[in-house]
Design a protein around this ligand. Structure first.
Ligand SMILES: Cc1ncc(COP(=O)(O)O)c(C=O)c1O
Length: 290
C-alpha cells in the first residue's frame, strides 16, 4: 500500500486510510480516475492525462474540484510524500459524499483521493523482450467506455478470465468481431501490409494516453499507422501484435487464445516502438532503466 493517501485533502496513513460510506464512488461508481506513471520522481505525460481527466469529468457533469495549478501541486505533493521515484500515481474524483439517492446531490462537493506507490518498470522491459499472451472475451461494457469512470466491473471480470487462463491480458471483442481494446490496455496489430493498426478514438474505447504518445512517436518516425477497427480474425493472422498502457508501455503480444501471432516471438516493428517509447520516457523524465 502507499505510505500515505490524500483523502479529501487530508493525508492519512496508507494502511488505515478511509473514505466515507456515503461517497458516491463507493455507492454508485459515480466518479472518474487517472493512473499516471512516475519516472525519476516525475509524472510522465502529465498534460494529456489532465486533459482526459477534464473530459471525463465534463462527460459526467462532475465539477472540477480545483484549478489545474492546484491539482498539479496536489499531485506533486502526493508523489513527494510517498517518496516514489519509479511508480504509479492514482487519482480518483467522485461526485462527492451525500445521502444515497441516484439523482445528483444538490450540494455535494467532488471528493478527491490520491496516492502514489512504487512500481518496478524493469519488469515491463523484461516482458517487452519475451512478449505476453492474451485471450479474447466478449466486450460486455456499457456504451461509454471512452469515459474513464471507476465503474470497471466488466474489465475486472475480463482481467480475471485472463489471469485464470495464465494470460497477461484479455482483449475485448464486440459482436461484430472487432477488438475494442484490452481490459486495461489498448490493443494493436501490425497488419499483413506492415501498417501499425489500432482502433480509432470514439465512444467504443478508452483513448489511452500511452496510445496517443505511441501514435505520435510512430508518425514522427515515418512509420505507417492506421487508426481503424480490426477483427479478432485479423489479429490472429497479423504479423505482430502488442498492447499499451501507462503501466504496461508497449508490450508485444506473442499469442492470442493459445495460437501464435506471427512466428510467436516479439516482432521488429513492436521492438522499434518499444525503443522509441523508452527514449521518450528518458527525454521527458531523465529515467534510464537500471
Ligand atoms: C480499458 C482501458 N483501455 C486502455 C487503457 C490504457 O490507457 P492509458 O494508456 O492512458 O493508461 C486503460 C488504462 O487503464 C484502460 O483501462
Amino acid at each position: 500500500m502507499a505510505r500515505c493517501v490524500d483523502v479529501y485533502g487530508q493525508f492519512q496513513p496508507g494502511l488505515t486510510a478511509r473514505v466515507s460510506v456515503e461517497d458516491r464512488g463507493f455507492l454508485f461508481a459515480d466518479g472518474v480516475y487517472e493512473v499516471f506513471a512516475i519516472f525519476n520522481g516525475q509524472i510522465f505525460d502529465l498534460a494529456p492525462h489532465l486533459r482526459r481527466l477534464d473530459r471525463s469529468l465534463g462527460a459526467l457533469g462532475i465539477d472540477r474540484p480545483m484549478s489545474e495549478g492546484a491539482l498539479k501541486a496536489r499531485l506533486a505533493e502526493v508523489v513527494r510524500r510517498n517518496r516514489v521515484r519509479e511508480g504509479t500515481l492514482y487519482l480518483q474524483i467522485t461526485r462527492g459524499v451525500a445521502p444515497r439517492d441516484h439523482a445528483f446531490p444538490a450540494a455535494a462537493r467532488p471528493s478527491v483521493v490520491a496516492w502514489a506507490k512504487r512500481f518496478d518498470f524493469t519488469q515491463r522491459l523484461a516482458q517487452a523482450r519475451t512478449g505476453v499472451t492474451v485471450v479474447s472475451t466478449p466486450d460486455l461494457r456499457w456504451g461509454r467506455p471512452d469515459i474513464k469512470s471507476v465503474a470497471l466491473l466488466p474489465n475486472v471480470l475480463a482481467k480475471q478470465q485472463a489471469r485464470e487462463a495464465g494470460a497477461f491480458e484479455a482483449w475485448l471483442v464486440r459482436a461484430d468481431g472487432v477488438v475494442s481494446e484490452g481490459s486495461s490496455t489498448n490493443a494493436w496489430i501490425v497488419d499483413a501490409g506492415g501498417a501499425i493498426v489500432t482502433h480509432p478514438e470514439g465512444r467504443e474505447i478508452l483513448s489511452g494516453v500511452m496510445r496517443g504518445t505511441l501514435l505520435r512517436l510512430a508518425r514522427a518516425h515515418q512509420m505507417r499507422v492506421e487508426e481503424r477497427p480490426f477483427t479478432l480474425a485479423e489479429a490472429r493472422s497479423a504479423r505482430e501484435a502488442f498492447t499499451t498502457s501507462t503501466t504496461a508501455p508497449c508490450i508485444p503480444v506473442v499469442s492470442i487464445d493459445g495460437a501464435p501471432v506471427g512466428d510467436g516471438r516479439p516482432g521488429p516493428v513492436t521492438g522499434q516502438l518499444v525503443a522509441l517509447l523508452w527514449e521518450e520516457i528518458a527525454r521527458q523524465t531523465g529515467y534510464l532503466p537500471g
